[in-house]
Design a protein around this ligand. Structure first.
Ligand code: GDP
Ligand code: MN
Length: 387
């Protein structure tokens, strides 16, 4: 799950990670009210959306006076913000963060993420932080420091010093930096985060270290033990089809292609997406209906795929184990009868109760295309969508 910058900063405050003074606003008038409480200008007006690169898209503005706050907030609130991370369709801005403006001497990059290869938690940092960090990572990866932390032992003082020395911090900054990093690591672990990122982490002209930006992603599987984080969920920022799927406990992710696919089991779903790509087409979604799906879940999953306007063909790939082929077939038929099928559907099905499943599909009167195996299925669906 993703949250907004102002929410991430509330968690930073709780953990003693320094942030600028500020507050969230839902209108230009409120933005001015917040600005007036900050003890002086300039202030910064920042669009709150679940995507980065806002600075590049015109979603971050420095305002030297109350009138300018009003103007900047007016311009940002309700705008369709297009950034390198939103895609060309952009995101509607519904909230803004108003913060005290800082005198920036230097912009650093800092993040904490799990590293799969080493099964450790990695702290990444760079003295070349700021809006072009992606370019730094691509062109000069040696400018990014990585320090690996064994999660069973936790963060040790030497880890902090290693990062601080790598960033070439002035001696006076090492202590505040390492204590900030320790707190950030604790937040990462306590909240089952999958990413904590500060870009930029700034060194101010007054020689303090402050998190100017804040991004936190959470592992959804850990959310059950963080009711405070679940409160932060913002449905306006989520894909409507994904919200609907989550109501039925379906693992569904909307993607850019045009081949809808419905599969049971996450591994099989990933293999199916690979083979769709190999056949020259692009998957429109990831959908794992789950090993023990009921006919109702299958029906809901199929209906969600059918309602995606980008879908030009569907591949159903089911290996009947706990989810039997007849149950799957029943769900598909129910959904098709209710929604109607307006795109070609290729079915590849094997396993438990396969004969019964085939019979249900054959007698349904639906126009389904059967495939002999996975490769055949992928080729057929790719051909049908013009891949
Ligand atoms: P992002 O573009 O979505 O990552 O948004 P950021 O919060 O990182 O802001 C983008 C850029 O705006 C930063 O890299 C800074 O250069 C600039 N910026 C943000 N806040 C301030 C501030 O208080 N003072 C100054 N001078 N610049 C700021
Ligand atoms: Mn940023």
């Amino acid at each position: 799950m993703k949250i907004h910058e102002y929410q991430a900063k509330a968690l930073f405050r709780k953990y003693g990670v320094p942030i600028p003074e500020g507050g969230v606003a839902f209108s230009a008038e409120e933005a001015v009210e917040v600005a007036e409480t900050l003890g002086g200008y300039p202030v910064v007006v920042k669009a709150q959306i679940h995507a980065g690169g806002r600075g590049k898209g015109g979603g971050v503005k420095l305002a030297p006076s109350a009138e300018q706050v009003q103007k900047a907030a007016q311009a940002i609130m309700g705008m369709n913000l297009v950034t390198p991370q939103t895609g060309p369709e952009g995101r509607r801005v519904r909230k803004i963060l108003v913060e005290q403006g800082l005198n920036i001497a230097k912009e650093l990059y800092l993040s904490v993420i799990p590293d799969r290869a080493t099964a450790k938690i990695v702290v990444m940092a760079s003295a070349a932080g700021g809006m072009d960090i992606e370019e730094v990572a691509a062109q000069t990866p040696e400018k990014i420091i990585k320090v690996f932390i064994n999660p069973l032992l936790g963060i040790q003082p030497y880890h902090g010093r290693e990062v601080a020395f790598g960033l070439n911090l002035a001696p006076a900054l090492i202590k505040p930096f390492t204590s900030m990093l320790k707190n950030l690591y604790q937040l990462f672990v306590d909240y089952d985060c999958s990413l904590v990122e500060i870009n930029p982490l700034v060194i101010t002209a007054e020689d303090t270290v402050v998190a100017l930006d804040a991004k936190i992603n959470f592992d959804d599987n850990g959310l059950f033990r963080h009711p405070d984080v679940r409160e932060y969920r913002d449905l306006d920022e989520e894909d409507p089809l994904e919200i609907e799927a989550s109501e039925f406990n379906l693992n569904y992710i909307n993607l850019d292609g045009n081949v809808g696919n419905m599969v049971n089991g996450a591994g099989l779903a990933m293999a199916t997406m690979d083979i769709i790509k190999q056949a020259g087409a692009e998957p429109a979604n990831f959908l794992d209906v789950g090993g023990g799906a009921s006919a109702e879940m299958v029906e809901n999953g199929f209906r969600i795929i059918l309602s995606d306007q980008n879908v030009k063909g569907i591949l159903i790939n089911i290996f009947g184990g706990i989810l039997r082929c007849d149950v799957l077939a029943e769900g598909v038929v129910q959904a098709a009868k209710k929604t109607g099928i307006n795109v070609p559907v290729v079915v590849r099905m094997e396993g438990t109760n396969i004969e019964e499943g085939r019979r249900i599909l054959a007698e349904s009167g639906l126009n389904l295309i059967t495939a002999t195996d996975l490769k055949d299925a992928a080729r057929k669906v790719a051909g049908l969508v013009g891949g």
